[in-house]
Ligand binder design. Structure first.
Ligand SMILES: [Zn+2]
Length: 67
């Protein structure tokens, strides 16, 4: 795979996962971020649930959108 192709392919944010991302988890930590700020984690189908559970349990998760 060339560098150009690699940079165009967004990968899952889960540790050690190199699968292509199909979901965007948009989150906000109210202690660090202003309310309209969104951090984005990318997730593959396998990690969508565990990553959104992690953010959701902390009250950080705002939206989940197809990537
Ligand atoms: Zn993944």
């Amino acid at each position: 795979m060339s560098l150009t192709e690699k940079s165009e392919l967004d990968l899952c944010s889960a540790k050690g996962c190199h699968a292509a991302a199909v979901w965007e988890l948009r989150w906000n930590n109210p202690k660090l971020h202003t309310p309209d700020r969104r951090k984005i984690w990318l997730a593959c189908e396998d990690h969508k649930q565990s990553l959104s559970d992690f953010l959701g349990s902390r009250g950080f998760l705002k939206e989940v959108e197809p990537h």
